[in-house]
Write a new protein. Structure first.
Length: 448
């Protein structure tokens, strides 16, 4: 980029692109064609996409796959999964098929409470502040009535409000800790609106209260914002069966498989390096469904990773037991998701994803998402303790390599068959590709 630009957001899409072509891409007009090729053919749909964010120049596609045969609480689902990683959908579907014959997944919503805070600074007698809060709690809550009325009519609203003294960690720092039920919505806008109103009411009530001195009345509101850590919005998903019903895996007996699987989970429970990769695999399954259903995968991941370190060390989100001949594998994870509001009412593919799932409510969706994460983790560990992760992963990656090489459909079919009983690696594929086409291997791997 040659120079900064002012007023970029006020430019038309065409002007934004023209500026990028000239300033960043050295006048390469092919950039325009590339960006235009990803626009939706329906102008109304494209306008919808343009308005999701600022400075939209095109669309960015992710594959939307489906994983069928998920039996969850005795109901059969086909899961929508939006993700770019090659083996995720196949692994989830394979795990779903495995557990379909063994009772499927059991999902239980433990709680649906969400949390927000008004962070503020108060210089004065903390006992006086606590006394004031106890006297005015009902007034604070009543100040939000016009915001909460519709949510209350659906069975939600503010369920608790607490004053928290944090002055031992930061001088003068206090919180209003507020708890919410948001029914079928994720509730971020609702929660933040309530918190802003509570902050206004807090300062107004303190300033009109004669128990406080003039200095004590100078309360400073620092922030009013929901927390994406929702430890009381928790779901559990599990699978279980007699060890004898576990299939033999790559020459490994059911008993040996169960023991190796159990040890793999235990390693992730005690070793943070392994736990990080272990949990990343869980989120392969979780994020794919969260994105497909129009929810915030960044918020879900933030809460999940915080939960993984709840005792001060980062650990596995899944757990395993093999007691009295029974193999059990489960996950407990905070999942704050919604099925109304936001993209769920706007994005055509999000609407499709919800319909594909049978239009679940928020609690049902929590269970579906947790089961997806558990399935993905089961598939990964199943491969790791038997054949190794690369066998299945690189088979899926083979097509990506061939697409990079611009192989024909006939060549792709040949290579899939050729590597059926061989180890797939990038260099092996490229080398054999060059041999077939009669071109020097060095010409394909030389630095660009």
């Amino acid at each position: 980029m040659k120079a900064p630009i002012k007023g970029f957001s006020k430019l038309s899409r065409e002007a934004k692109i023209e500026w990028m072509v000239n300033e960043i891409f050295d006048g390469d007009k092919n950039v325009v064609g590339l960006l235009d090729s990803y626009l939706h053919s329906d102008e109304k749909v494209q306008k919808l996409h343009n308005e999701f964010i600022e400075n939209t120049i095109s669309n960015y596609f992710l594959p939307l796959g489906v994983a069928p045969n998920f039996l969850i609480n005795e109901k059969l689902y086909t899961l929508p999964m939006a993700i770019e990683e090659s083996s995720v959908v196949a692994a989830a579907a394979k795990a779903a098929q495995f557990w379909l014959k063994r009772g499927g997944f059991k999902a239980t919503v433990i709680g649906t409470e969400k949390i927000g805070h008004v962070h503020f600074m108060y210089h004065g007698d903390s006992l006086k502040l606590h006394e004031f809060f106890n006297d005015n709690k009902d007034h604070l809550l009543a100040s939000t009535n016009d915001i909460t009325a519709n949510m209350q009519a659906r069975g939600g609203g503010i369920t608790g409000i607490y004053l928290v003294d944090k002055t031992e960690e930061l001088d003068q720092y206090f919180q209003l800790d507020v708890r919410f039920q948001t029914c079928d919505s994720m509730g971020a806008n609702f929660i933040n609106s309530c918190l802003e109103r509570l902050a206004e009411s807090l300062t107004s009530l303190i300033q009109s209260d004669n128990r406080f001195s003039e200095d004590e009345k100078k309360v400073q509101i620092v922030m009013r914002i929901l927390s994406n850590y929702t430890p009381n919005c928790l779901v559990r998903a599990e699978v279980s069966c007699p060890i004898s019903e576990l299939a033999e895996e790559e020459g490994v007996s059911p008993q040996e498989f169960a023991e190796k699987f159990y040890r793999a989970v235990r390693i992730a429970e005690i070793e943070p390096y392994r736990a990080t990769t272990h949990n990343k695999g869980i989120f392969n399954g979780i994020d794919a469904v969260v994105i497909a259903t129009g929810n915030d995968f960044r918020a879900v991941e933030a809460a999940g990773h915080r939960h993984a370190s709840i005792d001060g060390q980062y650990r596995s989100l899944t757990h395993c037991s093999i007691d009295n001949g029974i193999f059990k594998f489960w996950i407990e994870i905070p999942l704050s998701v919604g099925v109304v509001g936001g993209l769920t009412a706007l994005h055509p593919m999000v609407k499709f994803a919800h319909k594909l799932l049978g239009n679940p409510n928020a609690s049902e969706l929590m269970g579906i998402i947790a089961a997806s994460g558990l399935a993905q983790n089961f598939a990964a560990l199943r491969a790791l303790v038997t054949s190794g992760i690369q066998k299945g992963h690189m088979k899926m990656h083979l097509l990506n390599i061939l697409n990079q090489l611009e192989a024909t459909e006939e060549e792709k079919a040949y290579f899939v068959n050729y590597f059926k009983d061989k180890v797939v690696s990038h260099s092996a594929v490229v080398r054999h590709f060059c041999e077939l086409r009669g071109i020097p291997y060095e010409s394909m791997v030389k630095p660009k």
